[in-house]
Ligand binder design. Structure first.
Ligand code: SF4
Length: 328
């Protein structure tokens, strides 16, 4: 039986944190065993909201490639590439934009939300490119005839739109594209060290590339049960952010920590020391791979170059079909 095909991408918008890793990347590492995967650093998408600031793109792309490779994505099994290096993305985006009604784009819930959110930060992105973001995303997916797209809950409307665009294309011209299906990722949600959503804008993140000592330093700052003032006070793991980290990185000791906390047998300082060491162990392989690739930037470039070549072959064949279907 042939494997299903996945397309997924991430914008190179700065350094990753552990929440990003657990939210998407760890899932990708699992998916590479069961699917033929196209993983793309989608730099054109970064331009849809940051078109005026492109100077940091090369560095961000390099860091993203390092993050992916250190997570364990295999560059031989997967096609890993930079979106803008495969010109067929530009071409298919243009062709799909001709037949996508404006009203379909304007009703995407995240469009108005993000417009408002960025507007409040003094940023005007009332641009053609920003509105057309879901069309570019559709082009990315269908260029490789991907049948499966791993998504978070918030991206489901985008994928629904992609399916509508595919149906319209197939109906107007000829059935060229499969309708991609969403695969909801069940990734655990890692809070920030202050208990809110982990985000660089809150300054509460643990960097994905943090060294063991940086991990220990950040874990020391994780908030615990606010009612537990002294070690002799019984604690409540249900309201403790450190415990949420234990649930993800230290599942085998959960029962003992839960009981020890409630009976005031362990103190928060020791509990977090234990957590930090478990995290260091959990992330050790990532650090080893990261050091290896960071010491060899030429190899990272080569992987991206080779990935773009492989992606281009598939994309060119699809575009041949598209042009024929459209009599171009
Ligand atoms: Fe949280 Fe551990 Fe302190 Fe209990 S002992 S409040 S689980 S850090």
């Amino acid at each position: 039986m042939s494997k299903g095909r996945i397309f997924s991408g991430m914008q190179p918008s700065g350094k990753f944190h552990l929440g990003n890793y657990l939210g998407a990347l760890e899932n990708w590492v699992r998916l590479q065993n069961d699917y033929e995967c196209f993983f793309s650093i989608v730099d054109l998408h970064a331009l849809t909201s940051k078109f005026e600031d492109t100077g940091s793109l090369p560095e961000n792309i390099h860091h993203m490639a390092l993050d992916w490779l250190s997570a364990g994505l295999d560059p031989e099994r997967n096609i890993i590439f930079i979106q803008s290096q495969v010109k067929e993305h530009h071409e298919l985006h243009l062709l799909l934009s001709m037949m996508t009604p404006l009203s379909w784009l304007e009703r995407v819930p995240t469009y108005k939300d993000k417009l408002q959110q960025l507007g409040a930060q003094g940023k005007d992105i009332n641009t053609y490119g920003f509105l057309g973001y879901p069309v570019l995303m559709t082009a990315d997916i269908v260029l490789y005839k991907a049948d499966t797209v791993p998504v978070g809950e918030d991206q489901i409307p985008h994928l629904e739109l992609a399916r509508e665009i595919v149906r319209r294309f197939n109906h107007l011209y000829r059935p060229v594209f499969p309708e991609p299906l969403a695969q909801l990722s069940k990734a655990p949600l890692l809070p920030g060290i202050d208990g809110r959503k982990m985000s660089k804008s809150y300054g509460n993140e643990i960097p994905y590339a943090a060294s063991p000592d940086e991990i220990r330093g950040r874990v020391r700052l994780i908030v615990t049960d606010p009612q537990r003032v002294k070690k002799s006070d019984p604690g409540n793991p249900a309201v403790c952010t450190a415990y949420k980290f234990h649930e993800i990185f230290n599942a085998s000791q959960l029962d003992a920590i839960n009981a020890g906390c409630r009976q005031a047998n362990i103190g928060c300082v020791d509990c977090k020391k234990n957590l930090a060491e478990q995290m260091v162990v959990h992330l050790a392989d990532i650090h080893v791979r990261r050091d290896k690739y960071a010491a060899n930037p030429a190899r990272v470039k080569e992987i991206l170059f080779y990935g773009a070549e492989r992606a281009r072959k598939v994309a060119a064949a699809t575009m041949e079909e598209v042009r024929q279907a459209m009599h171009l």
